[in-house]
Design a protein around this ligand. Structure first.
Ligand code: 2P0
Length: 334
């Protein structure tokens, strides 16, 4: 290469309904359990990757700022792409989110899915989506799922090299267009990142083996609920998986408490609404935001109810969307 080679991509965060928590191989980033997620629509990461022979090291800008720890993860991810392409060119990476970073809104999922998509294209790698999913997984587990849109399952996999721990689409977003209201209760970065939280949980939580043993049944239940578009069944299994993951993490030493008071009040509000017959359920990840998943007919009512909860700073409504895709560089800041 004797000149700049660049590409840009967009990916959206995904929210797990059956949660990933724990690794069976930290080096290859292989999950201890499979998981099932929905990819969102209006929240995005947009990333431009430009390989440049004039650079002697990667330059990484995230939301206009440089952060050494994040830059290291980005470089490690680019190393996987460089190894595939058999090159050692350095790159300038410019990545933006239109939602708070590192606050339990899956910014690493959309971030690394967009990075792998754009980086592969800039290097001229002809990769299948499944290959991109495996590469994205190596960079951040949940990113494997953001390569695809709609309802997605990421397999635990059986092979030691992890090549079968890959995500695949279960159902298109348009086939069951549920809505998601994200109640933002804090914009601060979380105190304990997911990788550290998972490591601590596996080492100290007495519930780790029960978590792993019960996951297959949860995956089967969620899969059938999705394929049958059975909202009540999906609500039941999703809240169960969420609370089970948090119970597991709460029992680590020291315990991982990702919620704040508003998160808990939002959970109660969602359950009260469902008690009145409103088709809505909640899920919460490694941060204090609550995600309420509902039928489209209930979206306005759910958002309004969450806005009334003290401590809720904002409610962002979104539908389900597509997987990672190329965009024009001009769209980056749009
Ligand atoms: C999930 N989370 O399934 C679970 C539920 C958070 C709670 O995947 O270490 O950023 O990069 O593989 O993917 C967040 O963890 O962790 C996550 P790494 P990741 O969505």
């Amino acid at each position: 290469m004797d000149k700049l080679s660049f590409a840009a991509a967009q990916a959206q965060p995904n929210i797990a309904l059956v949660k990933y928590w724990g690794k069976r191989d930290a080096a290859l980033n292989l999950p201890a359990v499979g998981s099932i997620s929905i990819t969102l629509d209006t929240l995005w990461t947009r990333t431009r990757v430009a390989f440049d022979p004039a650079l002697d090291q990667d330059r990484v800008s995230l939301n206009g700022r440089s952060d050494a720890a994040e830059a290291k993860r980005v470089s490690a991810c680019l190393d996987l792409l460089r190894a595939r392409a058999g090159v050692n060119w350095r790159a300038a990476v410019d990545s933006r989110n239109n939602f708070p970073t590192a606050a339990g809104l899956a910014s690493s999922a959309s971030g690394f899915a967009a990075l792998v998509h754009a980086g592969a294209e800039a290097l001229g790698l002809q990769l299948e989506d499944a290959d991109k999913s495996v590469l994205a997984r190596r960079c951040s587990g949940s990113a494997a799922r953001s390569i695809f849109g709609g309802y997605v399952e990421w397999a635990h996999g059986a092979l030691a090299d992890g090549t079968d721990s890959v995500a695949r689409p279960l159902l298109d977003a348009a086939a069951w267009p549920l809505r998601v209201a994200v109640a933002i209760t804090s914009t601060a970065a979380k105190e304990v990142g997911s990788s550290e939280g998972m490591r601590r949980t596996a080492q100290t939580s007495p519930f780790q083996s029960a978590w792993i043993e019960t996951q297959e049944a949860d995956l089967a239940a969620a899969r059938s609920a999705i394929l049958a578009r059975d909202f009540e069944a999906l609500a039941a299994i999703s809240e169960y998986s969420c609370l089970k993951m948090h119970a597991l993490a709460l029992a680590a030493r020291p315990g991982l408490l990702y919620w704040n008071g508003a998160t808990v009040e939002c959970m109660r509000r969602v359950r009260a609404l469902r008690g009145q017959g409103v088709p809505v359920f909640f899920t919460v990840d490694a941060g204090p935001q609550l995600k309420a998943v509902c039928e489209p007919s209930a979206a306005a009512q759910v958002s309004a109810a969450l806005r009334e909860v003290p401590g809720v700073l904002d409610v962002v409504e979104t539908g389900l969307g597509a997987g990672a895709r190329s965009i024009r560089v001009e769209e980056l800041a749009a």
